[in-house]
Each structure stands twice: as C-alpha cells, then as structure tokens.
Design a protein around this ligand. Structure first.
Ligand SMILES: Nc1ncnc2c1ncn2[C@@H]1O[C@H](COP(=O)(O)OP(=O)(O)OP(=O)(O)O)[C@@H](O)[C@H]1O
Length: 804
C-alpha cells in the first residue's frame, strides 16, 4: 500500500492562542462552501472552469498545479450533482475525463465534512484492474497534494500484514475488489462503518459476472447510508445493479447518449477481413510498415500474447516490442506500462487487462488481432487511442466467419467501422520462418501449442455464437501458420461463460464433456512424416516436463513455470498421449520405486512413470540412490559393538550424579578450562610459526642481496623497485618478484631485449603475473629436485623426475 503524503506545503507553526482562531476561520470557510454548493443549480449549471466551481482551496490549488483548468463535458455535468451528495450513474466516451469527475467530489465532500485521520475510511474507490487502480491513485496524488487526507492503494502484490498495518489510518482507498474483500474479511482493525462514498470506476465491468460475488460481499460490509458513484464509458442503467448497490434515486449523467457514435469523433475505425491462418502474416506486415508508431495490439489470452511476442521478438521487426498480461508479476506489469507510456514508438501486445481506463499517452494505433467478446469490449479497447481530443486509429481483424455477427453488434452500439483491405504487395508470409523457429526451439513450439489451445478455447467459451463459430474455423491451417507441425489435440470441457472465466481465471471449472473433436480422430489416422516423428520426439522432452506440471496443477492449482495457472480451471486441456513408459507404472512393474525424487513433491507419493525422463530415472543407479533411505552413522566401541553417534544416557545414572543445574555448571567450568588451555597452546604455536616465517624471509632477503651484486643484467631489473612495484605491492609480491627477477636475469643473459622493457610488460598485465608466478614456482620446484644427488635414492628420484 502506498501512502499519499499529507499536504505538501507545510503551514507555519501556530501559537496555542492562534489555534481557536484558525479553527473558527476554517469553520466559516467550510460553511460558506457548503452554502455555495447548496446554491448550485444543477440543471442550469454554467461552470466551465474549475475556478468557477465551489471548491476548497486545497483542491483548487491541486487542480491548478496539475494544469486542469476547463471542465470536460462529463465533469461539467457530474461534478455539481456529486458535490451535492447525489448518487450518480456516469457515462461518457473513453478518454473524456471521468476520473476527475469522481475524484474532485471525493476530495471535496470529505473536506466539507472536515474529515480527519481519526474519522477513518471516508471514501473507497474500486477499479477492476491493478493498473487502473495505480493510475487513479496517481491522479489523486496529483490533485490532492494540498489536502491533509491520507490515501492508500490496495492492489495486492505486498503482504497482507504490511498493508493491514496502515489500512486503519487511511481516509481514501483506491483498490481492486479481490484484495479489498480479503482485508475486510481478515483485518480486524479495519473500520468501514463510517464510509461516506463508494466509487466504482468501470462500473459495468465491476458489476459483471466475474466480480459479482466479490462486490456483493464488499457491499455487505459497507454502511447503507453513503453516496455511490458509478462511472464507465459503457454504463448501463441495469436495475439489478442499482439494487445490488442500494443506490438512492441515482442521477443518470450521460453526456454522449445523443451522439451519433459511442466512440470519440477523433478516432478513425476500420476493419479487415483476414482468414485465421493469415492473421500473423498481416500483423507482421503491418508492424513492418509502421515502425515509427506507438501500437497497442489486443489478443484474447495471455498465452497468445506470449507466443506472438516471443516469435516476433526473435524475428526482430525493427520496432521495440513489449507484452503485458495478467499472469505477469506485478512489478513487471508496472514496468511495462511505464515503458509503454514513456515510449514514442513501440508495440505492446496485451490482453484485455489494459483494455479499460488506461491512459497511455499518444497511442497511434489500436489493433484488435482477436475479435473482442462484445461491442463494449471493442469500445474500451479502441478507447486507448484518440483520448482527450487527440487523433487515433483502430483496426479490427475479423475472421470471415466473424464479420457479419460482429458488424451487427457494433452497429447496435452505434459504432461505425469501415472495411479496408490489406495491400497484397506489402503482405509478407512468415509461416516458414515460424515453422523453422518452432522446429529448432521446442520451447517456442510449446508456447505455440498453448497459444493455439487457448485461442480455440477462447472461441469455444464465447457466449455470442452469432459471432464466434468454432466449427467453421480452419484450425489445421491455423496451427501451421503458428509454425506447429499439427494442431494440438484438445479436449473440450464444459464450464462457465467467457466473461466469468476471464474475470476469475483461477476459479475452478468443473465437469467434463469428454467430447474429443473430429480432428483428433482424423489426426490419429493420418500418415506421419519423418518430420512429424521428429517433432513428436522432441515433443516428449518438452511436454513431459510441462505435462507433469499440468497434471500437478490440476490437483493443486499451482502456477506452473511459465507463469500460468493451468489446472482444473482449464476449459480445454491438451490430451496427453500415454508414452510407452506408462506401462512401467503399476503393480506389475519390476522397478520398485516407492518414492518420488526430490522435485518438491510429497516424498511418500508413488512414482508415476509417465515420461521418458522418469523412465530414465529408473535406469540410473545414482539417481535411484537418492530415493533410498539414508544410512545411519555408527561408532564402534573397543569390543566392536556398534553405537549411534549420540546416545541418550540412562536417566537414573544421570540423576545419581546430582541435580541437572549443578551438572551443567560443572560441565561449563570444565569446558572453559579446556578452552583456556587449548587457547594458550594455540597462541604459542602461532607465535612460533610467525617467528619461523620471519627468519625464513630474512634469510631470503640476505641471499637476494648477495646475488644482486655480481650480476649486472639481473640488477637492471631488481634494483629499480620504485619503478616496477608501483603502488606498494611489494609485501605480497616480494617472493615472486625476486624469483621473476632471477628468471628475467637468466633471459637477459641470452636475449638481447632490454631488461627495462621486459620488466614493464610484467607489470602491465595482471593476468600475466599469475602465469608467470606459476612458471616461477615450477622452476623453483625444478630447482629443488635438480640439486646434486648424494645417494642412490637421490639419483633414482632425479631420474624418475626427468622421465616424468
Ligand atoms: N479537465 C481536463 N482538462 C484537461 N485534460 C483533462 C481533463 N480531464 C481529463 N483530462 C485528461 O484526459 C485524459 C483522459 O482522462 P480519463 O482517463 O479520466 O478518461 P476516462 O473518461 O476515464 O477514460 P476511460 O473511459 O478510458 O477510462 C487524461 O489524460 C486526463 O489527464
């Protein structure tokens, strides 16, 4: 949870006698503000600027400092109602300034109530995604900078405990529904009885199926007497929603209802009809011809996002690529949104996690590679461009089978899109490249397979069957266009609809239809090529590991290493082909391996041999040893009887020796004495060693001094220590230096290279030092063995040394 610093301008410290005066003045200000708010004629409101609204000084200053002067249409209409305390259903096109339309009243209404830290939570703002919550919080920080309220952001990603500590002190919270409910249920000190305002941004989304139970549970915790504000670009007046939130005579504030289009007028919208197998070709060609643009590409699942991002990244289109989906870590998500916001030209592949509310500056293109689930999602996706009076372009990719149905839905929602065609001259096919990449890199192929499955699954679970028809789709060709050697087998499972799955992806989906597709049967009978078999072979390596995880996930719902949760939640699952190895499993197998290896699984669980890897494991003696129980360490007494290293003494015997405390004291005293004696001996030994070393060094120095005098060549090197031993490395280097000096001296006798030059090289390069010192050591060693033989043994040693 992040805090908003209290008012940044620190007021001068008041004397105690000045305080009542100040309070009186503030009371008067608030009274007059209240009066002015009461006097607003909401029907004929003429306020065009924030300065003309009855706003407190801190809010007015915050708005001014953030360069907000004139009100947008939705702000003009909604703010006066909200200031007067009405419940609001606000609807306005994307990018029209709805955030300020609720944030300004939140600050103002709490200010006019003279809200302080002691009053607890005054306003709760719910957002469907973390990214949007962060963005709202940032705007709140900006315009609320002169207020004294405390504000927090609760979106998960930190420990509950950490958030919990500060939650009780917050006046305004911006949060995602799931995390909020968690706190409401688990944080005892979290007081919400005093709540004055509830705000739902992207309200229709928060009220829809995925968040239904969470939001209902949150509302149950809240006091009934409060002001509720709902905002969205696709707001509805659904009576059931109003009842769920217990809205009191809400004002429906819709500024663009009468407009001819539900999308901004500055937005140019087109669609292209492209068969499924050509989608990636078209997208690639599009990117290649728009390298200097800022592009946002929507796909229907995180797996597709990852695959397209990875393969395009390998192919280097010439524009920076980014990717974002809900399964990434929070820090990565934040980093990517910040990067995309900051860049002038880049392409972000994303799921609908960024479809709503996010205010990326200056996006040129919104491409919808996969058809949105409904017209509302379309409106929000394209709303990421052409924001606040800017221009923007949007292109929707439609499969021929989706064209009619989707256009109908868009028309019903007053969205006009115009058909355009792809210039065939510019169209490039990347199919072969993808096949090549997937062939070489099993990880990419694996991603492709998952992307394929998740795409098919997304079509299967869509509610609107007038648009999404799985039967007619050219899936074999589609899989080939992803670079796959064949369409992965898919098992369809019955479950909930697309929206609830999308909103609550970790939720379990039960009951299997067990209906395999026709393609599966066809593929089984189809003849296999050499390449198919090659792919299959690698497939096993790749799949075995992942499938093991998929199988584990189904039972415990853990996140697998790809960062996805595949488990019982999956609507469709890839059918695992049983390998020959599976026959090893079972009671009649020869290998008796009762335990699993150390892979983070339950050690007692039986080993299921469902992959080549495990089969191999059974054959490896070394690895099997790991599975065996570890032996015990025993010591043998003088009679040869084994004992454990630590054996417990007989209790009666122990007691005979006196009470435990006195035994302990005795033991400690004895140990202390032992330590002191040992310490004394250690110190003496250390002193003797030091002395011996010192004497040896002195002897060496003496020898060296003696050998310097007669040999001039060697002296040239050795007698210039200050030139060579730069930086006082002498202490460590002296021994080697002299040895090197000898070596160089010898070389100087035979070579004509000047001694100085040779010496410089030695100190130039540290790496050389090492080799040289080794060389010297070797020489010294050699010297040792080469002394004059005195006995027969010496002669033999020398001879064997020479031969060796
Ligand atoms: N009064 C204003 N003056 C100038 N700019 C404004 C004003 N109000 C909002 N904006 C700017 O307009 C942009 C869009 O605002 P905002 O994000 O609130 O739109 P929105 O209606 O909530 O969009 P969406 O439906 O996509 O969530 C922002 O960049 C914001 O800073």
């Amino acid at each position: 949870m992040a805090d908003m610093p209290a008012g940044q301008q620190k007021p001068p410290k008041l004397k105690p006698q000045q305080r009542p005066l100040k309070r009186k003045r503030e009371d008067e200000d608030v009274d007059s503000l209240n009066q002015r708010v009461q006097d607003i004629n909401v029907k004929e409101n003429e306020c065009d600027t924030f300065a003309s609204l009855p706003l407190s000084q801190p809010t007015a200053s915050g708005l001014e400092a953030s360069h907000f002067k004139t009100l947008t249409d939705i702000q003009k209409k909604a703010v006066p109602y909200a200031l007067k305390g009405s419940d609001i259903l606000g609807a306005a096109k994307t990018g029209s300034g709805k955030t300020l339309a609720f944030l300004v009243p939140v600050l103002e209404n709490l200010y006019r109530k003279r809200w302080t830290e002691l009053d607890g939570l005054g306003a709760l703002i719910l957002s469907p995604t973390r990214e949007l919550a962060i963005q709202i919080f940032e705007v709140l920080r900006k315009i609320g900078r002169y207020h004294k309220f405390s504000a927090g952001l609760v979106i998960g990603g930190k420990s509950l405990h950490e958030e919990r500590e500060r939650l009780g002190r917050m006046n305004i919270l911006v949060c995602t529904p799931g995390r909020m409910l968690q706190h409401m249920d688990q944080t005892a000190a979290f007081e919400i009885d005093n709540l004055q305002m509830l705000v739902l941004d992207e309200a229709d989304r928060i009220m829809d199926m995925g968040f239904q139970s969470t939001v209902d549970a949150i509302v149950e915790h809240l006091p009934k007497e409060r002001q509720t504000l709902l905002f969205s670009a696709t707001q509805t007046k659904k009576v059931s929603d109003l009842a769920r939130l217990s809205l009191r005579d809400p004002e429906y504030v819709s500024v663009h209802e009468a407009a001819s289009s539900a999308t901004p007028s500055t937005l140019q919208q087109n669609y292209i009809v492209t068969p499924l197998p050509e989608k990636l070709d078209t997208l690639w060609s599009f990117l290649r011809s728009n390298l200097k643009s800022k592009i946002l590409v929507f796909l229907s699942s995180g797996k597709q996002v990852r695959f397209v991002y990875e393969v395009f990244r390998h192919m280097q289109p010439g524009i920076p690529l980014l990717h974002l989906h809900g399964r990434q870590k929070q820090t990565a998500r934040l980093d990517i949104t910040n990067k995309f916001s900051a860049t002038k030209n880049s392409c972000l592949f994303a799921t609908d996690v960024v479809a709503r509310g996010l205010d990326f500056p200056a996006v040129d293109w919104v491409i919808q590679l996969d058809c949105p689930e409904d017209a509302d999602t379309y409106i929000h996706r394209v709303g990421r461009t052409a924001r606040y009076e800017r221009d923007g372009r949007a292109v929707l990719f439609l499969e021929p089978s989706e064209e009619e149905g989707m256009l109908k839905r868009l028309e019903q929602r007053k969205v006009a899109v115009e058909k355009i065609n792809v210039r065939q001259k510019k169209q490039q096919s990347i199919k072969n490249q993808l096949q090549n990449m997937c062939f070489k890199d099993p990880e990419l192929k694996y991603l492709g397979q998952k992307a394929f499955v998740s795409y098919v699954r997304s079509i299967h679970i869509q509610k609107d069957k007038e648009i999404f028809k799985l039967n007619g789709l050219p899936l074999e060709e589609f899989s080939a266009s992803l670079g796959l050697p064949g369409a992965p087998k898919i098992k369809f499972l019955k479950g909930d609809n697309a929206k609830s799955l999308k909103n609550a992806p970790r939720q379990a989906v039960s009951s299997s239809e067990g209906e395999d597709s026709d393609r599966e049967a066809k593929a089984k009978n189809a003849p296999k090529t050499k390449y198919d078999r090659m792919f299959e072979r690698r497939n096993q390596d790749v799949f075995a590991d992942h499938y093991a995880k998929l199988i584990t996930d189904e039972t415990d719902g853990k996140v697998n290493d790809m960062g996805y949760v595949d488990g019982e939640n999956d609507f469709l699952s890839v059918k695992r082909r049983l390998s020959d190895a599976s026959s090893i499993d079972g009671e009649d197998n020869d290998f008796k391996v009762p335990q699993l290896p150390d892979e983070g699984r339950d050690a007692k669980a039986p080993l299921v041999v469902d992959s080549r890897r495990k089969e191999k494991l059974l054959k490896s003696k070394k690895k099997l040893l790991k599975l065996k129980e570890k032996g015990k360490k025993l010591v043998f007494d003088s009679e040869g009887n084994p004992h454990e290293v630590y054996e417990l003494e007989d209790e009666a015997q122990f007691k005979q020796r006196g009470p435990a405390s006195s035994q302990q004291a005795k033991f400690l005293a004895a140990e202390q004495e032992r330590l002191q004696t040992a310490d004394l001996a250690d110190k003496q030994a250390a002193r003797a060693k030091k002395k011996e070393k010192r004497e040896k060094r002195k002897a060496r120095e003496r020898d060296a001094a003696e050998s310097e005098e007669p040999d001039e060549g060697a002296g040239a090197v050795l007698l210039l220590p200050d030139e060579g031993f730069e930086g006082g490395v002498i202490e460590d280097a002296d021994f080697d230096a002299f040895a090197e000096g000898d070596a160089v001296a010898e070389e100087n006798v035979t070579s004509e290279a000047p001694a100085k030059k040779r010496r410089k090289k030695w100190f130039e390069d540290d790496s050389g030092d090492e080799t040289k010192s080794k060389h010297q050591k070797r020489r010294k060693h050699d010297e040792k063995v080469m002394h004059e033989p005195e006995t027969l043994e010496d002669l033999e040693t020398m001879a064997s040394g020479l031969l060796g």
